[in-house]
Design a protein around this ligand. Structure first.
Ligand code: ADP
Length: 257
């Protein structure tokens, strides 16, 4: 896989107490710059805007109203990207922020504009850092629908830019045959070749305080990758250096496809 998309969840970036996990962000910058040196093109899809925004504003909880959440996301996104910029600079890497909505690939003109931007960024050795544009689309914020999320966005980006590997980092070691938070006997599945109705039945809801996606959206992302003849690896992002093991082909987490 020359082109790789890495998606990090809020649980990787923000501690349960709401403070920012700078060590994890630093590890991410380190591992991604090492991948760049080895000739790989990497796109980072990062959640965490709300979590970082809450911390920045000194709030303990997400506001209920969607517009207030959008404001927190706008504030947090600014802070998060500035942290990324600083940490990537330590490893002599430049970043560019790309804010997308999932429907852009539906419209031919915006589809082309987005692809052009990705290509131009990567041609200049700049690492695209992608998030959903929460000002424009509120799906991710809306707990009722839980439709939108960076899990699916990361797969949409991967398949459109021709990345055949999506590395999805979460707060869990991989995909289990039951929700490990609810079922102590649930076992990690190291390889899932197909995502179908049976697979979805093994997934429960979101486990983390700030996380929104849960396992269902990760399975949807995996399904999309497999349909495009790609693969997805779900692994624990607690230590992002796990990416070194993944690209070395060591069996960690769950391989989909
Ligand atoms: P992130 O913030 O990284 O996107 P989420 O909290 O949204 O993570 O989703 C991961 C959570 O999904 C896990 O912590 C776990 O509680 C839950 N989950 C539900 N079903 C499963 C399953 N079958 N295997 C693994 N995790 C599961």
């Amino acid at each position: 896989a020359k082109r790789v998309v890495i998606k990090v969840g809020t649980s990787t970036l923000v501690y349960p107490d709401g403070s920012i996990n700078l060590r994890a962000i630093d590890q991410l910058a380190f591992v991604i710059s090492a991948m760049r040196h080895r000739g790989r093109e990497v796109v980072l899809v990062s959640s965490g805007a709300i979590g970082v925004g809450l911390n920045y504003m000194g709030l303990k909880q997400r506001p209920k109203a969607i517009p207030e959440q959008q404001a927190i996301a706008a504030i947090g996104q600014t802070e998060l990207v500035s942290i990324y910029k600083e940490r990537f600079a330590i490893y002599e890497q430049k970043i560019g922020q790309v804010l997308l909505t999932r429907d852009i690939f539906v419209y031919p003109k915006s589809h082309k504009n987005v692809l052009n931007t990705f290509e131009a960024l990567m041609q200049q050795n700049v690492i695209p850092i992608v998030n959903e544009n929460d000002t424009v689309a509120v799906d991710e914020l809306d707990h009722e629908t839980k439709f939108g999320d960076n899990d699916q966005l990361s797969a949409i980006v991967a398949t459109n830019i021709g990345a055949d590997l999506l590395i999805m980092l979460s707060d869990i070691d991989g995909f289990y045959n039951g929700n490990p938070n609810a079922d102590a006997k649930a076992q990690l599945l190291s390889h899932v070749e197909q995502v179908d109705q049976q697979t979805y039945e093994l997934a429960g809801g979101s486990g983390s305080r700030f996380g929104t996606g849960g396992m269902v959206t990760k399975l949807k992302a995996a399904e999309r990758m497999i349909k495009a003849d790609g693969q997805m690896i779900l692994a624990n992002g607690e230590d992002p250096a796990i990416i070194f093991q993944i690209i070395a082909g060591e069996p960690v987490g769950t391989l989909f496809g």
